[in-house]
Design a protein around this ligand. Structure first.
Ligand code: AMP
Length: 218
């Protein structure tokens, strides 16, 4: 099965994607993580992408499409794939349709998590992530046991530069102008689109996603 998790920044795609990939046979492609890895490595792609990421802008389509194409060529996964953070523009969505088409596959379900801007800004402003294992906390809703320290490995928690309030407003505006049309694209080509209210308890959202995908539980 091939699934896209769509939704504005801070709506909980990452948390739900992790639940999905805790199931056997599921792989998650997270373009934000692939880009952050490239930035940390200091590769040419990372250096180029960083300029856009720190401003909360989208990385140009050709860079991100090349990254995903590479990933899919190397991963050769026969199992279930969940795309998180990709596609974010209609051009990317068309390219993904072509990439899957070459493999004789198509997008099965598009899960759209929705929430109001105000709730998203609050969530993102409280978000902190582990500089080592990547675990994501929230100072309001899911604080670590020791302030600023990861429960898993004791590493420092960081507030991503693109999670600062000014950048978040920019990212939400870009979501509306660039990424919402992706939902209409999938509706147009006849993919199954399931909209879920992301402003509910994490477990409740998880159950609704499981139902949307016809899974017993995640
Ligand atoms: P995320 O962790 O998904 O919020 O991604 C962090 C940043 O990486 C975004 O704000 C963009 O600058 C960049 N990015 C991630 N995925 C994409 C994509 N599919 N297209 C363009 N830029 C992306």
């Amino acid at each position: 099965m091939h699934v896209v998790l769509l939704g504005p920044p801070g709506v909980g795609k990452g948390t739900q994607g992790v639940f999905l990939t805790s199931l056997p046979g599921w792989t998650r492609i997270v373009t934000g993580d692939l880009l952050r890895d490239s930035v940390a490595l200091g590769s040419n792609l990372g250096l180029e992408a960083e300029k856009y990421m720190t401003q909360g802008h989208l990385v140009p389509d050709e860079l991100i499409i090349a990254l995903v194409r590479d990933y899919m060529t190397n991963c050769q996964s026969e199992g279930n794939l969940v795309f998180d953070g990709f596609p974010r523009t209609e051009v990317q969505a068309c390219e993904l349709t072509k990439m899957l088409g070459l493999l004789g596959k198509s997008m099965d379900t598009v899960v759209v998590l929705e929430a109001k801007d105000q709730a998203l800004v609050e969530r993102i402003s409280g978000r902190r992530s582990c500089s080592d294992c990547g675990e994501v906390y929230n100072v309001h809703t899911y604080p670590p046991e020791k302030s600023g320290i990861c429960n898993n490995d004791g590493s420092a928690l960081v507030h991503r530069t693109d999670d600062q309030p000014e950048t978040v407003v920019n990212r939400l505006a870009i979501y509306k102008s660039e990424t919402e049309p992706v939902i209409q694209y999938y509706e147009r080509i006849g993919s199954r689109v399931c909209r879920i209210d992301g402003n509910q308890d994490v477990g409740q959202v998880r159950t609704l996603i499981a139902q949307a995908l016809g899974l017993e539980k995640i």
